[in-house]
Write a new protein. Structure first.
Length: 136
C-alpha cells in the first residue's frame, strides 16, 4: 500500500489538497460569520467568505491537475507557489494583525500555515521524485 502511495505521491497529494480545499472552502463560505467571530476582527465575515470561495476554486484546480496519473509540472509549480503565498500571508496576518485576532484566531492561522507548509514540502518532494523517475 505504501509503495502505491509513494509511486503516486504527487497525484495523491494534489488529490488530497483538492478535497481538503473544497471542504474547507465550503465550510468557510457557509459559516463565515461564526468563523469570523472565532478568529477576530482581523478577518471579517466578508474576508472569510472570500477565502472560502477562493479555496473552492483552489480545490477544483488541484483536482483538475490530479486527473492524470502524473500531474504536470506547471500546475504543481503553481500549487507550490500558491502554498508559499498562503504561508507568507498567514505569517504577515499574525505578526501585523495579531492584536486584531483572538487567541484561537492566532492558533488557527498558525496551525493552518504549518499544515500548508507541510503540504507544500510534500509537493516539492513529489515533483523532484517525478523528475528523477522521468530522467532515469
Amino acid at each position: 500500500m505504501f509503495d502505491l502511495i509513494k509511486r503516486n505521491l504527487l497525484r495523491n497529494v494534489m488529490l488530497a489538497d483538492g478535497v481538503v480545499s473544497l471542504v474547507a472552502g465550503a465550510a468557510l463560505a457557509a459559516f463565515n460569520g461564526i468563523v469570523s467571530a472565532l478568529l477576530g476582527p482581523a478577518l471579517p465575515a466578508g474576508a472569510v467568505m472570500a477565502i472560502g470561495i477562493f479555496l473552492i476554486g483552489w480545490g477544483i484546480f488541484h483536482l483538475a491537475a490530479a486527473r492524470t496519473a502524473e500531474p504536470g509540472s506547471i500546475p504543481v509549480k503553481i500549487a507550490i507557489a500558491g502554498d508559499a503565498l498562503w504561508v507568507a500571508a498567514s505569517l504577515l496576518l499574525v505578526f501585523y494583525g495579531w492584536n486584531h485576532l483572538t487567541g484561537p484566531g492566532v492558533a488557527v492561522v498558525l496551525v493552518m500555515a504549518v499544515a500548508v507548509a507541510d503540504i507544500m514540502l510534500i509537493k516539492q518532494y513529489g515533483l523532484r521524485q517525478s523528475r528523477l523517475q522521468a530522467a532515469g
